[in-house]
Write a protein that binds this ligand. Sequence first.
Ligand code: ATP
Length: 361
Amino acid sequence: MPEEKSAIEICDVTKLFGDAFKALDGVSLSIRKNEFFTLLGPSGCGKTTLLRLIAGFEYPTAGTIQLHGKDIATLPPYQRPINTVFQNYALFPHMTASQNIGFGLEMLGRPKAEIAARVDEMLRLVRMEGLRHRRTTELSGGQQQRVALARALAPTPKVLLLDEPLSALDYKLRKEMQIELKRLQLETGITFIFVTHDQEEALTMSDRIAVLSGGRVLQVGNPREIYDCPGDRFVADFIGEANFLSGEIIVATKDRAQVRLASGADILARLPDTAPQQGKVTIIVRPEHAEVHADGRPSPLSGTLESIVYFGTDTHLHVRLAHGDRFVVRRQNSPLQDAALVAGATVGVAFDLAAAQILRN
Ligand code: ATP
């Protein structure tokens, strides 16, 4: 028999709350072994519901969930080799770090010596050896997070579910823990399914991302695919900043099209298979793929530079286009660049043609 490559296979899963409210609507996903897989979407899109179905805290109304090729949709949580790290860590406050980490193994009735060795190994893994005797209440948020991770990893689950585990940490610690989580996943080889509404978190950590909205999966891909080739306007807007331009296809070839913009200019844009091949279309241009100039050279768009916002590493230039839309250009700061732009100036906006992409309607 060929080796099973997928860890979790979710097939056409629907979850109804009450008679009519569909929290999940025909969700199908194939999550691979050893993968750092992220469920990304705005509040209420169904991320936690999907995680709870995988964990066994809820059962699907319709559809199947398989783990390593076996149907688990009706198994209770404790019979699934799956663990969860919750947003609030859910540690036992009266126990020490070591006791918290060993708790699950004790419940499984493992021998004392084995538990002690495994707790040591987990403390090393999350770099908490020095704090093993501290009670939960004597640990910082970041340290509690590490204990929660160690506790969830201790029984060597096949899949670890993480429900917004970093949201309670401050910005710096969150950045640190993002790298830490990725390291833990690589070192343990366990499949991680991570839930977040933070697109930057998803882009920096994931092997692949599923973008959800309204209980449906809109797109699945690696971070580059999702950012560079968003399928539709929602994905494009949710992941990073985006400029949207209206236009009409004049002529299309296999993978690109000549589009007439509202400004009257013709541009070339990438044309994915999923996008319309004719008629009115929307084009996305990322702010970092465009440039602003004030030297009067011909460019597809023109307008007034409304504001210049300095961000340290880069500067955002907000342009009011001649036909009314706003367009944002992000320009990396460098001591060598010409600084001649001033708010109020009439400017041209140009972009790399390879950066403009037609979206699915
Ligand atoms: P958040 O990021 O805010 O946690 P989410 O994407 O995880 O959101 P879910 O918690 O999965 O969203 O909720 C999806 C939808 O289902 C929401 O509209 C929510 O109100 C609803 N919902 C979740 N659990 C229940 C329940 N037990 N009964 C009724 N409705 C529910």
